[in-house]
Design a protein around this ligand. Sequence first.
Ligand SMILES: Cc1cc2nc3c(=O)[nH]c(=O)nc-3n(C[C@H](O)[C@H](O)[C@H](O)COP(=O)(O)OP(=O)(O)OC[C@H]3O[C@@H](n4cnc5c(N)ncnc54)[C@H](O)[C@@H]3O)c2cc1C
Length: 469
Amino acid sequence: MLESSLLADLRAVVGEQALLTGERVRECATDVQGHPPGAAALLRPRSTAEVSQILRLCHARAQPVVPHGGRTNLVEGTASSASEIILSLERMSRIERVDEAGRTMRVEAGAILQRVQEEAERHDLMFPLDLGARGSCTIGGNISTNAGGVRVVRFGMMRNLVLGLEAVLADGTVLNSLNRMLKNNAGYDLKQLFIGTEGTLGIVTRADLRLVPRPRSVATAFVACADFAALVRLYAHLDACLGGQLSAFEALWPEFYAITTSERTGHASVLPHDHGMYGLVETLGSDPGSDPQRLEQGLEQALEAGILADAVVAKSESERRAIWEPREDVWQVQEQYGLTFNFDVSLAIEEMAAYLARLRRDVAARFPHGRTFAFGHIADGNLHVIVAPGAAAAEASEPAEEVRDAVERIVYEPLRAIGGSISAEHGIGLERRAHLAVSRTPEEIATMRALKAALDPKRILNRGKVIES
Ligand SMILES: Cc1cc2nc3c(=O)[nH]c(=O)nc-3n(C[C@H](O)[C@H](O)[C@H](O)COP(=O)(O)OP(=O)(O)OC[C@H]3O[C@@H](n4cnc5c(N)ncnc54)[C@H](O)[C@@H]3O)c2cc1C
């Protein structure tokens, strides 16, 4: 139960309209996967000063707080319990300035990614981070999860795109690490404490983002290869011959391509279903006259060399969308198979084929009707795996928790021996916390705890997420 005197103090800070309680919290704070919030109150501050006052009050009473952005995370990172208060950044969504010459943009943390992309475009620039949740996720959430997405191969993860930021510490201290310069080695780079730490060390309130020149050309192709090894060779070939223009290189294993282009999805299959492996290739360049031909030439060479089996190059924006839509419609597996478990692992490309083969074998052995779907940003070593244990498991022949444990063990344990990661880009949240030791040493986890204790001694920020507190 929340103290009523604390609620009254918080109401005085944000105003009556910005403190939600009861059913309104559920309506406004359910996450993208449908998990309802446990928290009984939600605050919607309008400024860094209000965030600071909120945290000062909560710190004094050791009141736990859960930061919310767009709630599109896939790891229960915004989950809350009855004893917690949600702090939503949704009303802090201003784009404060764009510096065209310096190619930077200053935004509040609640700014939606797509709006930031559009604003950059208005200035003939581009903010390169891009992911399927672009219309709902926020810059604060992207920073806190160190989001990746489909252009990491060229522009890096969110960490590479943040020049500086402002964060409010657990005790309400405002840490101004805003910075518009590419080079700044004046002491510790404190912004790194808040990038990828999932709101456990501070609340991000503003950020300076790095922009790049707006591309003048986009060329997109959907390709088919005989097998995974050929797709990897295609990646190396295209990366070498496209002069740095390769911006996305996605892999789709046949089961994933088949389900996301099946009749009921409404998505067209641009290539037949009988190939061993599929890929999605995109280049961003500066010359609409010659760039698409460059990609076509690269593909032709690959065809002649026997690396490539088939390819389709988009001739219009609608053809480009038709290529991307099945790749981004990852919910199809859940819609068609019911109970599914989603993973986001990372491993060296050379390990991928053997890892997936073992995964499929272990899933089939444990769940006779089970299915494994895979796709991912393979150039980044990032595999997304969806395991559908099948009707028998879903119909409660065994408890759901046992099914989940078994699936997680099958997916995570082999990563230990090959130095893989249980989270490439989605983070740890609550969902993956129990498996952190698969990818992090005891010394690393102890250092994470020491940082948490130093910055948030009362453990009020996103308590229990990432590491057990
Ligand atoms: C369809 C779909 C596709 C996706 N594709 C990708 C992808 O390709 N790559 C990828 O990396 N992710 C992907 N995601 C996951 C998700 O979109 C990202 O993790 C995104 O960065 C989360 O942003 P958000 O604003 O929704 O954050 P939220 O979900 O609200 O929060 C995420 C975490 O950050 C914390 N947090 C939020 N805002 C702040 C803040 N201002 N200060 C401190 N902590 C904060 C929260 O407490 C939580 O722990 C996808 C999700 C969906 C639904």
